[in-house]
Design a protein around this ligand. Structure first.
Ligand SMILES: [Mg+2]
Length: 200
């Protein structure tokens, strides 16, 4: 199957990355655990707007963009390799500012992400996949609107909420299990998967 995988908040720990740079550059004490909302970054970081946040996050003379040196989440890269070995195609589907495109490709190469297909786009739903994994409340709604017949997975984070028709995924082992369930549901397809499966 084609697995449409988001990067930030799913594979790459964006919040740990930018807060570390923020602490180093401003002497702040912001921790990634303090990021609880999707649009709260600017206020938390002391900027007037997200535009200002992104201006700060972009490449500078003395450092690359904040997307360059993010750590992967535990188990993320290993799980992608596991899924690839099982025969699935890893399709990276990520939204990025233009200035972050080169750093995104460098990051994928640095971490040996097993993909041959990368889409850097705001219109993620146009990328045809069997399973989608994302943490953005807005992209999950887009997938539901345009790709309701596919398996749509929410990587559970403080900044997103459950949605009818979306499967909750709490960690990478969980996602590997969901993919196995969708695979075994074939030929009836991803829609055979019960959405919002509760899990302790
Ligand atoms: Mg994301």
């Amino acid at each position: 199957m084609r697995l449409g995988i988001d990067l930030d908040g799913v594979v790459a720990d964006f919040n740990s990355g930018w807060t570390a740079i923020h602490r180093a550059e401003f002497g702040s004490e912001i921790l990634p655990e303090q990021v609880l909302t999707w649009d709260g970054l600017a206020e938390l970081a002391g900027f007037d707007s997200m535009r200002e946040f992104w201006a700060w996050a972009s490449p500078k003379d003395d450092r690359p963009s904040i997307f360059r040196h993010l750590d992967p989440y535990p188990g993320a890269i290993e799980s992608l390799h596991r899924l690839r070995r099982t025969g699935h195609d890893i399709v990276i589907v990520t939204t990025k500012p233009r200035w972050a495109v080169a750093d995104t490709f460098r990051w994928l190469a640095d971490h040996g992400v097993p993909t041959t297909e990368v889409h850097i786009t705001d219109d993620k739903h146009l990328v045809d996949c069997d399973v989608y994994l994302d943490d953005s409340p807005f992209k999950l709604e887009d997938y539901l609107r345009h790709r309701a017949d596919r398996a749509i997975c929410r990587f559970v984070r403080p900044w997103n909420d459950p949605l009818d028709g979306v499967v909750d995924v709490h960690d990478w082992d969980d996602f590997v299990e969901v993919v196995a369930t969708v695979t075994s549901a074939t030929p009836s397809g991803p829609e055979a998967l019960a959405p919002s499966t509760p899990r302790q």
